[in-house]
Design a protein around this ligand. Structure first.
Ligand code: NAD
Length: 498
C-alpha cells in the first residue's frame, strides 16, 4: 500500500515513523497510509530549513518572486492531477476541487508581487542630514498547520507569501488527506526553489508539539477547529513564537422580508451544501425575519433540495460528496437527532442517504431543519456537514443579536433589497467577513481573511496584506553620515525636531 511520507530538504522521505490509514471517503475503504512524523523527523526538517535560511534570505525578492511565477504555471498544468488527489482523499467533486485550487493559485499570484509588497517605507531628512526608513525582514523558519477541508487552498494561503518574504517553511498538513498537499509542495523544486526552503512533515499532535516547542521555529500559522486553535495559540505564545490561529465557525444568513427569495434560495443552496458543508465559511444557519419570509424560504428550499445530487467525486455532475470520515458522518447524524429531540422540525432528512454503488461511503444527504432555537445543541455547535438550520424572528435587530451573541464570528451574509438595512448590518455585525447578497464572502487574495471572536486567535488575518506583516518583522533604520561635515556635541535631552 502506498505510504505518504514527508518532503525534507528537497527529498521525499519515508522513515520509521508511526503510520495512519487514509480513506477514500466515497467507498469507505483504506486507500493509503500516511507517515506520522516523530519529534526526530520534525527536527530534521527544521534543521534543513534553518540551514537554507541565510542564502534564501539574501536572495533578491524579484528572484524569489520568479519561483512563484513558475510555481503558478506548474499548479495550472498539474490541475487535473491535483483535483483527482483531492477527490480521492477528501471526496470533493472535481468542479469544487478546481475552485479550491484556483483560489490557492490566486494567493501564489499575489505572492508574485513581493518586490512591491516588501518595498518598505522611506523618509528623507527626518532631521538635518538624517534619513529614516523601515524595512521588512523575514523571521527565519516558520510553520503552518492546516485542516483537512481545503488541502490545497489553505496551505497556499500560507507558504507562498512566507517563502517569497524570505522565510523557510515547515508545513504540517492534515493527516486525513495529505497527498494533494504533498504533491503541490513537491512542485516547488521544479519551480526552482532551493532545497530546504520548503518542507512538509505529515503527522499528528506529536509533530505539532515538536514544531511548537522547537526554538528555531519563529512563527506558527494554524487553521483548524477552535479548541485546537486556542491551544496552539496559547502554547506558541508561551514559547515566544508569533502565532495566528484561525478556528471554527457558525455562519448565519439573515433573510429579510424584501429579499428576492428565488435568488436567495439558489445562493443558500450552494453555500450550505457545497463541499458537504465542510467549509469554514459554509452558511449553516438562516435567520428569517418574519413568518412570511420563513415560510416562503422553507418551502422553496425544500423544493430546490429535491434536485441535489450527492455522490462520488468521479461523477462531475454531482453537487457534493461524502464527509471526511465515518466518525464525522455519525457526529453529523447525531446533531440532526439532537435537533429533533430538542423540538426542531426536520423538513428534509439526510440521515439515510442511498448512494448506489457507494453504500459504505461516508455520505450525509442534504438536511433542512426548521424552528431551530439558540438553546439547541445543533445551533450552538459547528456541525460541519450538509445541514441548513432555519431560525424565525420578528425583526432584523433580533436576528443581529443572535449572530452577535454566538461565540464564533467568521462569516455572515444578509439577503435584502434595502441598502440602508444592509449598511447598518455590515457596520454593526460582530463578524470578520460580511456578505451583502453574497453568500460566501471569502476575501480575494489581495485582501486578508479572518473571523472575529473565537474564530481567530491573534492580531493578523490570513493571506493578503496581513500575511506580509505576519511573515516579516519591521526594522527601522535612522542614518547620518558624519562625512557630510556636520558635527554635534553630546545631547542629553531627548532629540526632537523643535
Ligand atoms: P482540526 O482542528 O481537527 O485539525 C487541524 C490541524 O490540527 C490538523 O493538521 C491536525 O493534524 C492538527 N491537530 C488536530 N488535533 C490536534 C491536537 N490535539 N494537537 C495538535 N494538533 C492537532 O480541524 P479539521 O477537522 O482538520 O478541520 C476542520 C475545522 O477547521 C473546522 O472547525 C473548520 O471551521 C476549521 N477551518 C477554519 C478555517 C478558517 O479560516 N477559520 C478554514 C478552514 C477550516
Amino acid at each position: 500500500m502506498t505510504l505518504v511520507g514527508h518532503l525534507i530538504n528537497g527529498q521525499m522521505v519515508a522513515s520509521d515513523d508511526r503510520t495512519q490509514d487514509v480513506y477514500n471517503p466515497a467507498t469507505g475503504e483504506v486507500s493509503k497510509q500516511v507517515a506520522l512524523a516523530s519529534q526526530t523527523t520534525v527536527a530534521l526538517a527544521i534543521d534543513a530549513a534553518q540551514a537554507a535560511f541565510p542564502e534564501w534570505r539574501d536572495t533578491p525578492a524579484i528572484k524569489r518572486a520568479r519561483v512563484m511565477f513558475k510555481f503558478k504555471e506548474l499548479l495550472e498544468s498539474n490541475a487535473d492531477k491535483i483535483c483527482a488527489l483531492i477527490g480521492d482523499e477528501h471526496g470533493k467533486i472535481s468542479h469544487d476541487a478546481a475552485g479550491e485550487l484556483q483560489r490557492g493559485i490566486e494567493n501564489v499570484e499575489y505572492a508574485c508581487c513581493a518586490p512591491e509588497l516588501l518595498k518598505g517605507e522611506h523618509s528623507k531628512n527626518v532631521a538635518a542630514n538624517i534619513d529614516s526608513w523601515s524595512e521588512f525582514q523575514p523571521l527565519g523558519v516558520v510553520a503552518g498547520i492546516t485542516p483537512f477541508n481545503f488541502p490545497a487552498m489553505v496551505p497556499l494561503w500560507m507558504y507562498p507569501m512566507a517563502i517569497v518574504c524570505g522565510n523557510c517553511f515547515i508545513l504540517k498538513p492534515s493527516e486525513r488527506d495529505p497527498s494533494s498537499t504533498l504533491f503541490i509542495a513537491s512542485l516547488l523544486k521544479e519551480a526552482g526553489l532551493p532545497d530546504g526552503v520548503m518542507n512538509v512533515v505529515n503527522g499528528d499532535k506529536e509533530a505539532v508539539d515538536a514544531l511548537l516547542h522547537h526554538k528555531d521555529v519563529k512563527a506558527v500559522s494554524f487553521v483548524g477547529s477552535t479548541p485546537i486553535a486556542e491551544t496552539i495559540y496559547t502554547t506558541a505564545n508561551a514559547n515566544g513564537k508569533r502565532c495566528q490561529a484561525l478556528g471554527g465557525a457558525k455562519n448565519h444568513a439573515i433573510v429579510m422580508p424584501d429579499a428576492d427569495m428565488d435568488n436567495t434560495v439558489a445562493q443558500l443552496l450552494g453555500a450550505a451544501f457545497g463541499s458537504s458543508g465542510e467549509r469554514c465559511m459554509a452558511l449553516s444557519v438562516v435567520v428569517a425575519v418574519g413568518d412570511a419570509a420563513a415560510d416562503s424560504l422553507v418551502s422553496k428550499m425544500q423544493e430546490a433540495m429535491k434536485g441535489l445530487k450527492v455522490g462520488a467525486c468521479t461523477n462531475a455532475s454531482n453537487d457534493f460528496g461524502p464527509v471526511i470520515t465515518r466518525q464525522h458522518q455519525q457526529k453529523v447524524f447525531g446533531y440532526i437527532d439532537s435537533a429533533e429531540k430538542q423540538g426542531a422540525t426536520i423538513v428534509v432528512d439526510g440521515r439515510n442517504p442511498q448512494i448506489q454503488g457507494y453504500e459504505n461511503g461516508f455520505f450525509v444527504g442534504g438536511t433542512l431543519i426548521d424552528n431551530v432555537t439558540v438553546e439547541m445543541d445543533s445551533y450552538q455547535a459547528e456541525i460541519f456537514g450538509p445541514v441548513l438550520q432555519v431560525m424565525r424572528v420578528d425583526t432584523m435587530q433580533e436576528a443581529m443579536d443572535i449572530i452577535n451573541d454566538h461565540e464564533y464570528g467568521n462569516g455572515t451574509c444578509i439577503f435584502t433589497r434595502d441598502g440602508e438595512a444592509a449598511r447598518y448590518f455590515s457596520d454593526q455585525i460582530l463578524v470578520g467577513m460580511v456578505g451583502i447578497n453574497v453568500p460566501l464572502p471569502v476575501p480575494v487574495a489581495y485582501h486578508s481573511f479572518g473571523g472575529w471572536k473565537r474564530s481567530l486567535f491573534g492580531d493578523l488575518h490570513a493571506y493578503g496584506p496581513d500575511a506580509v506583516r505576519f511573515y516579516t518583522k519591521r526594522k527601522t533604520i535612522t542614518q547620518r553620515w558624519p562625512s557630510a561635515g556636520i558635527r554635534e556635541g553630546a545631547m542629553f535631552s531627548m532629540p526632537t525636531m523643535k
